[in-house]
Design a protein around this ligand. Structure first.
Ligand SMILES: Nc1ncnc2c1ncn2[C@@H]1O[C@H](COP(=O)(O)OP(=O)(O)OP(=O)(O)O)[C@@H](O)[C@H]1O
Ligand SMILES: [Mg+2]
Length: 219
């Protein structure tokens, strides 16, 4: 593993397979004795998990979009400073389940906050720490929600505050991810998430290996 680590993020709409693929990738790397941490947003730290609780609680239906944006940013700043940057400095691979692109897609394209403002907040929250490689798992929103909740889909009582938003909202988020991928072709790889988990895993491995080799060559 080259020094200064590799930062990989998993992105996409609800139920597209981010957590599944994050687990498979980190397990693969660990099995090969490549030092790797698996973490997630919002959360990843004690303070971040407290903020996650506020963000996802369906009781907080009256949260303002800007309040939501800034809470995500607060959790992210804590996560970057105490977990992600130190691990990268130790040369580890960091696999993070959701990161900055989620905020651009959900709070920007989904909720309609000016995308440039969302990007500025991301810059502050991360202190300019952006991923080397991002996977966007692209899927029909209805299929993603169905994978999570079965046929009850959005009416599920178990859905969190973000999941309870309507299908048109999730469709805007999906289109937002497509725009992000167009803007950052060097960083973002879009994978058809309707494939089997194993086929997706193989694609993730291939791209991750390619990126590691590329980084090793430039360091
Ligand atoms: N490629 C796949 N094909 C079919 N089902 C899948 C696939 N990948 C994951 N699943 C299943 O779909 C459900 C959602 O997967 P997962 O939790 O990985 O998605 P996620 O993107 O992390 O969701 P969330 O947005 O809730 O965090 C799980 O039950 C998982 O086992
Ligand atoms: Mg998940």
């Amino acid at each position: 593993m080259p020094k200064a680590g590799l930062f990989v993020t998993m992105e996409g709409i609800e139920g597209c397979g981010k957590s599944t693929q994050a687990r498979l990738l980190s397990a693969h790397l660990q099995a090969r004795s490549i030092e790797c941490i698996l973490t997630r947003e919002p959360g990843g730290t004690r303070i971040g998990d407290l903020v996650r609780g506020i963000l996802l609680d369906p009781k907080h239906a009256d949260m303002s979009p800007r309040g939501e944006l800034l809470l995500y940013a607060a959790a992210r700043a804590q996560h970057v400073d105490s977990i992600i940057r130190p691990a990268l400095q130790e040369g580890k691979v960091v696999v993070c389940d959701r990161y900055t692109d989620s905020t651009v897609a959900y709070q920007g394209y989904g909720l309609g906050i000016d995308v440039e403002i969302v990007k500025s907040i991301n810059t502050i929250a991360t202190d300019r720490l952006f991923p080397h490689l991002t996977f966007v798992f692209d899927l029909e929103p209805e299929l993603g929600l169905r994978r999570k909740f079965g046929d009850a889909v959005t009416s599920s009582l178990d859905a969190d505050r973000i999941e309870q938003r309507t299908l048109p909202y999730h469709a805007r988020v999906r289109r937002g991810y497509a725009k992000i991928a167009e803007e950052h072709p060097e960083r973002v790889t879009v994978i058809d998430a309707a494939q089997s988990a194993e086929a997706i895993h193989q694609a993730v491995l291939q791209h991750t290996e390619d990126r590691r080799a590329l980084l090793a060559g430039t360091r």
